[in-house]
Design a protein around this ligand. Sequence first.
Ligand code: ATP
Ligand code: MG
Length: 258
Amino acid sequence: MIEVRGARKSYPAYDGRPPVVALGGVDLTIRSQEFVCILGPSGCGKTTLLKSIMGLVRLDDGEVCIDGEPVKGPGFDRAMVFQNFALLPWADVTANVAFGLDLRGKSKQERERTAHEWIRAVGLTGFERHYPRQLSGGMQQRVGLARALAVDPKILLMDEPFGAVDAQTRRLLQEDLLARIDLSRKTVVFVTHSMEEAVLLGDRVVLMTPRPSRIQEVITVDLARPRDANVEKDPRFVELKEYLWQQLRAMQASEPRQ
Ligand SMILES: Nc1ncnc2c1ncn2[C@@H]1O[C@H](COP(=O)(O)OP(=O)(O)OP(=O)(O)O)[C@@H](O)[C@H]1O
Ligand SMILES: [Mg+2]
């Protein structure tokens, strides 16, 4: 179980302006093996929330606990897929995917085997010896995805993991990923900009609002699993998606124009 309690985080502004409030008091409980999607406008603090669960952001106030233990830094129970990929530029695809396995002390043989399995799963067979700079944005993103999945973490933190991949690959990954995650019963916190993706993947959808950066509402997605592409024709799917869109539109309308 992940418990975020009263999480506050501000970043200093360097040009004499007031600090930027990235988290303005966030409370959220995520059950074990739950798939929770976080949806909200750009800049509302989604990445900051994920990084605080990962233990990469020091909160100004409040805390994150995992199974009752306060998070003080990264741990082997968690892995994150970064929005900006965060690949090692000097390491090839295999070494990037194997990075977390290396940290966990796996043998060379096991590292290579697992890395190649996940490289195949994200459709990058043939690129094992390429370096990140030799790959497109979408391909780099899939390397980041494979790296996080390869360590088989209990908690998977995914920051717009399909943001840079084309629509067709996104679709395939969504389906394949869902099947794999169902099998291994992970806890997943999944940030997305897409209402469709949130309703397709989530057990619950957390709507975040900017200024103040808080949770506006948590919506339960009462659609049976496994969900395939046909679920998008389900009236309940359409209704939930429409509801999320209305909420997001209302948030945007209430934003002061710059
Ligand atoms: N390291 C940082 N230094 C200064 N300000 C930051 C830093 N990281 C984030 N911010 C600010 O905090 C706010 C929240 O940022 P965050 O990246 O968490 O938002 P987000 O919801 O993930 O946005 P997006 O949807 O565009 O990825 C933004 O206003 C951003 O400018
Ligand atoms: Mg972000």
